[in-house]
Structures are given as structure tokens and as C-alpha cells.
Design a protein around this ligand. Structure first.
Ligand code: NAD
Ligand code: UDX
Length: 389
């Protein structure tokens, strides 16, 4: 229930504000809108080119929050209405981006434009109009770990100072320019530097968020059902698609890269704390992830296979995974982050936030959702006779 008497971390009442949320129709945006509408009195000016993932929130009647969300179908690349919306709001949250690795090396120009050039006017309008900005960056700005350059058998690889990623200390380590995978990370790094500089030189009130593999319902799309058949979403949706279709999960270059996964609902709690505690969040860059949920991609595939069998009641394949080269899967110019463990000192100190959900539990609720949402549609698609040519 929406509470009218919310207090911040210092016990002061939280005033209801108006938020311009750009990219509100995406995976993170949809969860953030749900949380804000159901638990606070804040208003949302939701900006996106798509609204499918928030259409349940936009129905005119039947919701107590119907007058607190307005959807604006705007492409921020070229729409003069953007500045007006930012001026009307107290806070802007920018989530809009191309953010699927399959695009970074195959559409590097679109990736760089989306993550840097298209974000520039948002920063400028916030700075010029004295508006607060929460900007979504990425854990990919850290690139590869220092430890990955040590010999494979070096004992220093076990030393956390060689791999734990700290906002105010770790370097950003990317591959060569021909490894176009890094187009995204590099564009995100430059927009972070620009926002930081606007803060330092012009007094912009900003918070930068570096998400570490947030996953949950509504992430990306299932190819051939609610996205293009040939599309390659992020790993949760790729593996979900394989499981739903009863195909082996594809391990890129053997699935040896490591990731830490955090449940979307835990991560959204951190963003609400940032929204409602500006004095503690302004001027900071925050890692938002779950250092306790680290696995290799191969282990992720194994756990997802077990969990899916439990929630669907279907037996697992005898050979649940197959190896595929990155060149075959993503094409020329792919490269990878080896390991991503977020240091949690700053977010703990400023906002007292900690993730709660284990990897098994978050996969159980997410794969239950995937099965409920897609299993029938996939069965129908598979049963459909192929059109004769
Ligand atoms: N999900 C994660 O784990 C993760 C990790 C690191 C960083 N991020 C960052 O968080 C943000 C949101 O990610 P997400 O997972 O929700 O992705 P998403 O693709 O689901 O959401 C992005 C939304 O932005 C919209 N958008 C893109 N370009 C636009 C434009 N020109 N005009 C209007 N709308 C536009 C898209 O339509 C989409 O709805 C991105 O900036 C991403 O880089 C996410
Ligand atoms: O089917 C698949 C898909 C992916 N993978 C691997 O799984 C790992 C994770 O892949 P994801 O698609 O989730 O994307 P990554 O973790 O590499 O990057 C993501 O990180 C943070 C955000 O900024 C972006 O959402 C995205 O860039 C990679 O090592 C990838 O090669 C597979 O082995 N098989």
C-alpha cells in the first residue's frame, strides 16, 4: 500500500516528488515503476519507445495510482518534448540504452550513440535546470580484472585486491579497439566522467548506478515469442529460451566467465533508497550487486537446468549444455569480463543496503514466471506447421 508518511534514513519525512523516468518501459524501469507506484506517493513521467512491460500499470481505471503515472512515447534521440518533461520533474532517472552484448560488437555505432550521445542532452538539461539526475551506468565500466593479467597459477589471483571491484579505486580495463565488445563500456565510462565533471564544475546533483547483472521476470525477450527469432538477449533469457524449448544451453567459450547475479527486487530497494535519500546519494557512484551469488556461466547453466526441471515438472536433458565459440555465437570483436564481484562498502555506508535473495531462490521465482508466461506460447510455436515455400 502507498504510504503517505514515509521517512528517510535520517528519520525526516519524505516529500512526494515527480520523477521523469527515461527507459521506464524496460526491464529495470518496469520494476522501478511498480515499486514507486505501490509503495510511495511519487509521480512518474514515464518516457520510452515501448510500453508493453508497463501496460499493466497504465490502465486508466482500477489502480489507486492511475493519476500518478503518465506515459510519453518519446524517442530521446530526436524529440523536443524531453526538455519540458525534465523541467517539470524534480528528479530524472535515465535508464535508456542499448545494453545487450550481442549488439556491442555488431552495432557499435548504435551502441556508442545510445549510451553516450543520446544521454548528453539529458545531462545538459538536468545541469542547466538545476535538476537532480540518477544515471544508470554499468559494472562493465570495470572491464577485466587486474588479476586476469596474472599467470594462471599465480597465488595473487586468490587475493581479493586483484579482483574485487571498488567504485573509487579500481581501474577501468578494456581490450583493444578492434574488440568492439568494449564500445558499450567505453561509452558508459565517458558519460560517467561527463556527469562527474558536471557535478564538479557546475554543481549538478547526480548519482551514478553500476548494476551488476540484475535478473528477474520481464528481462529482455524470448526469441520468436516476444522478440525477433534471430535476436540474442542476455544470458538469463538465452538460457530460459533453451530450457523452454528443451534444447541444450549454449556455453560461450566453455562458460568459464564468472558473474554475480542479484535479484531485481533486491536491487530496486537500493534505487528507492537513492531516490528518497538525496543527501546520502548525491555525488556518489554505487555498485549494486550481490557478491554472495557468484557462479561461472557453466554453473549458472547447471543450476538453471535443475531449477527449471523442478518448476516445470519436466525432466532435464541428458546432455544439458553444449560449448560454442564466442565468434560463432556473437561474431567478430567479442571479448568478455572475466569476473565481477562488487565491493559493497560505499552503498553500505551511505544507504545501509544489502541484497537478500540467494541465487537458487531468485532463479526459482524467475523461472516459475518464465514457465508460466512462455511455455504454452512456445508449445504452440513449435507445433505450428512450417509454411510451404
Ligand atoms: N539489467 C542489468 O543487469 C543491467 C546491468 C548493467 C547496466 N544496466 C543499465 O541499466 C539500464 C536499464 O537496463 P535494462 O536491463 O532495464 O534494459 P532494457 O533494454 O530492458 O531497458 C532500456 C529501455 O530504454 C528504452 N530506450 C532505449 N533507447 C531509447 C530512446 N532512444 N528513447 C526512449 N527510450 C529508449 C528501451 O526501449 C528500453 O525499454 C541501461 O542503461 C543499462 O545499461 C542494466
Ligand atoms: O547463451 C548464452 C548467453 C551468454 N553467455 C555468457 O554469459 C555471460 C553473461 O552474459 P550476459 O548476456 O548476461 O551479459 P554480460 O554479463 O556479459 O554483460 C551484461 O552486463 C551488464 C550490463 O551492462 C549489460 O546488461 C550486459 O552488458 C557472458 O560470459 C556470455 O558470454 C553464454 O555462455 N551463453
Amino acid at each position: 500500500m502507498a504510504s503517505s508518511a514515509r521517512v528517510d534514513l535520517d528519520g525526516k519525512p519524505v516529500r512526494a516528488i515527480s520523477i521523469c523516468m527515461i527507459g521506464a518501459g524496460g526491464f529495470i524501469g518496469s520494476h522501478l515503476c511498480e515499486k514507486i507506484l505501490s509503495e510511495t506517493q511519487h509521480k512518474i513521467l514515464a518516457v520510452d519507445v515501448y510500453s508493453d512491460k508497463i501496460k499493466h500499470l497504465l490502465e486508466p481505471d482500477g489502480h489507486p495510482w492511475a493519476d500518478r503515472i503518465q506515459f510519453h512515447r518519446i524517442n530521446i534521440k530526436h524529440d523536443s518534448r524531453l526538455e519540458g518533461l525534465i523541467k517539470m520533474a524534480d528528479l530524472t532517472i535515465n535508464l535508456a540504452a542499448i545494453c545487450t552484448p550481442a549488439d556491442y560488437n555488431t552495432r557499435p555505432l548504435d551502441t556508442i550513440y545510445s549510451n553516450f550521445i543520446d544521454a548528453l542532452p539529458v545531462v545538459k538539461y538536468c545541469s542547466e535546470n538545476g535538476k537532480r539526475l540518477i544515471h544508470f551506468s554499468t559494472c562493465e565500466v570495470y572491464g577485466k580484472t587486474v588479476g586476469s593479467f596474472l599467470p594462471k597459477d599465480s597465488p595473487l589471483r586468490q587475493d581479493p585486491s586483484y579482483y574485487v571491484l571498488k567504485e573509487d579505486a579500481s581501474p577501468c580495463i578494456f581490450g583493444a579497439i578492434e574488440k568492439q565488445r568494449w564500445s558499450y563500456a567505453c561509452a558508459k565510462q565517458l558519460i560517467e566522467r561527463l556527469i562527474y565533471a558536471e557535478g564538479a564544475e557546475n554543481g549538478l546533483e547526480f548519482t551514478i548506478v553500476r548494476p551488476f547483472n540484475w535478473i528477474g521476470p520481464r528481462m529482455d525477450f524470448i526469441p520468436g515469442v516476444d522478440g525477433p527469432s534471430e535476436g540474442v538477449p542476455r544470458v538469463l533469457a538465452c538460457f530460459s529460451n533453451n530450457l523452454l524449448r528443451g534444447e541444450p544451453l549454449k556455453l560461450v567459450d566453455g562458460g568459464q566467465s564468472q558473474r554475480t547475479f542479484v535479484y531485481i527486487k533486491d536491487a530496486i530497494e537500493a534505487i528507492l533508497l537513492m531516490i528518497e535519500n538525496p543527501a546520502r546519494a548525491n555525488g556518489h557512484i554505487f555498485n549494486v550487486g550481490n557478491p554472495n551469488n557468484e557462479v561461472t556461466v557453466k554453473q549458472l547453466a547447471e543450476i538453471m537446468t535443475q531449477v527449471y526441471s523442478k518448476v516445470s515438472g519436466e525432466p532435464s536433458l541428458e546432455v544439458p549444455t553444449i560449448d560454442v565459440s564466442s565468434k560463432e555465437f556473437y561474431g567478430e570483436g567479442y571479448d568478455d569480463s572475466d569476473k565481477r564481484i562488487p565491493d559493497m562498502t560505499i552503498i553500505n555506508k551511505q544507504l545501509g543496503w544489502n541484497p537478500k535473495t540467494s541465487l537458487w531462490d531468485l532463479l526459482e521465482s524467475t523461472l516459475t514466471y518464465q514457465h508460466r508466461t512462455y511455455a504454452e506460447a512456445i508449445k504452440r510455436a513449435v507445433a505450428r506447421p512450417v509454411a510451404s515455400s
